[in-house]
Design a protein. Structure first.
Length: 121
């Protein structure tokens, strides 16, 4: 039993190393594989990470929010989903909360997040 747990845990660690370490408040660009009939293409979804649920587990998910044509769009991604091609960290944000749901009611400049000073990506 312990061997099976160790094997699954090591497999999980290998898959996690593909992606950068990001936190709530960071701006990321998620590349997703989309199947349309027989065709397959890559779609990008760039936005601010609002939350990470169940971190460091197999069922870890993260929520990304962006504003598209004046309308807020949120999307929940499983971290170890085979449809995620890659995740790019665009900007690190400076926040004091783990869940940024207060951004849902804000627009424009009020929804901005300060960037960390001295971080270059």
């Amino acid at each position: 039993m312990n061997e099976l747990i160790k094997m699954i845990g090591s497999d999980y660690e290998e898959q996690r190393k593909k992606f950068p370490d990001f936190q709530p408040g960071d701006t990321i660009n998620v590349h997703i594989k989309i199947k349309e009939g027989k065709k397959e293409r890559i779609q990008q979804f760039q936005g601010v990470v609002i939350q990470r649920r169940h971190p460091n587990t197999h069922g870890e998910t993260f929520t990304v929010r962006k504003i598209s044509e004046g309308i807020g769009v949120e999307r929940i991604f499983p971290l170890l989903s085979p449809s995620i091609e890659k995740i790019e960290l665009k900007q690190q944000g400076k926040v004091r909360r783990a869940r940024l749901f207060y951004l849902q009611g804000k627009q424009g400049k009020a929804a901005r997040i300060k960037s960390k000073i001295g971080t270059t990506i």
